[in-house]
Design a protein around this ligand. Structure first.
Ligand code: 13P
Length: 263
């Protein structure tokens, strides 16, 4: 057993206004127990317009969830209409920021260089990047999945120290499994997450490889969470659709209770 504490993250994407966000957080707080939080970390990543409201309720009710964001710019301030600076998120007690999600890469043209600049900016503001990587179906079928993912990791983490890399989170999300209901088999997900870990170890040393947390993402649901999250190199999940409903997200966070041996 590794001593990496699993991180279960809910990426709400462009869903839920701030009233709906507060309702979901309250419901989640009824479903998740203090015991759960001893064995997993849980982060929620609402849209920007919800973050201040969610922060206020997390603080006021002392709820044990970590606050996350889905995106930020890499510059500290300036004429970047529509963008949000990392320091603005840090000021709201945001702990984790998702970087390089495939939707941002594909729809908004984020490059590996931009992803790398964001990773550095997030670290400079004392938050933790969740660096996303993953292959398309064509790349998988052509046998290129490991090369694609390895290249994304090396480019995204370029210039970081082994200590910085050891403290961050990487999310392996095969693009063909996102929002499609198609999950990678537990064996395939494990194989790719082990590959990510070996790329980190080769590039930044064994210690960084052993301490970096690697999430799986792509159609994670209560019914498949146990099988995926008990794999040796999978340290949590980045959840989209199933994070929009308190019960399903809580059941994913409680994946230990739904395994083949559960009573
Ligand atoms: P789904 O869980 O909806 O497949 O989304 C995964 C994802 O993209 C999380 O970032």
């Amino acid at each position: 057993m590794s001593d990496r504490k699993p991180l279960i993250s809910g990426n709400w994407k462009m869903n839920l206004n701030h009233f709906e966000a507060l309702k979901l957080i309250q419901e989640l707080s009824y479903q998740v127990t203090v015991d759960d939080m001893e064995v997993v970390d849980i982060s929620v990543h609402p849209p920007f317009t919800d973050i201040r409201s969610v922060q206020t309720v997390l603080d006021a009710d002392k709820l044990p969830f970590d606050l996350g964001a889905q995106h930020c710019h890499f510059e500290p301030s300036g004429a970047f209409t529509g963008e949000v600076a990392p320091s603005m998120l840090a000021k709201l007690n945001v702990l984790y920021v998702i970087v390089g999600h495939s939707e941002r890469r594909e729809i908004f043209g984020e490059t590996d260089e931009m992803v790398n600049a964001k990773v550095k900016a997030i670290l400079a503001n004392e938050m933790t990047p969740i660096l996303c990587c993953g292959e398309t179906l064509d790349e998988r079928e052509a046998g290129d999945a490991k090369t694609k993912v390895g290249n994304q990791i090396v480019a995204g983490l370029s210039g970081l120290s082994p200590e910085q890399v050891g403290g961050l989170v990487i999310a392996y999300e095969p693009i063909w499994a996102i929002g499609t209901g198609k999950t990678a088999s537990a064996d395939d997900a494990q194989e790719m997450c082990a590959h990510v870990r070996s790329v980190v170890a080769e590039t930044f040393g064994e210690e960084a490889g052993q301490s970096v947390r690697i999430q799986y993402g792509g159609s994670v649901k209560p019914t498949n969470a146990n099988e995926l999250l008990t794999q040796p190199d999978i340290d949590g999940a980045l959840v989209g659709g199933a994070a929009l409903e308190a019960e399903s997200f809580a059941r994913i966070a409680q994946y230990r209770l739904s395994g083949p041996d559960a009573g």
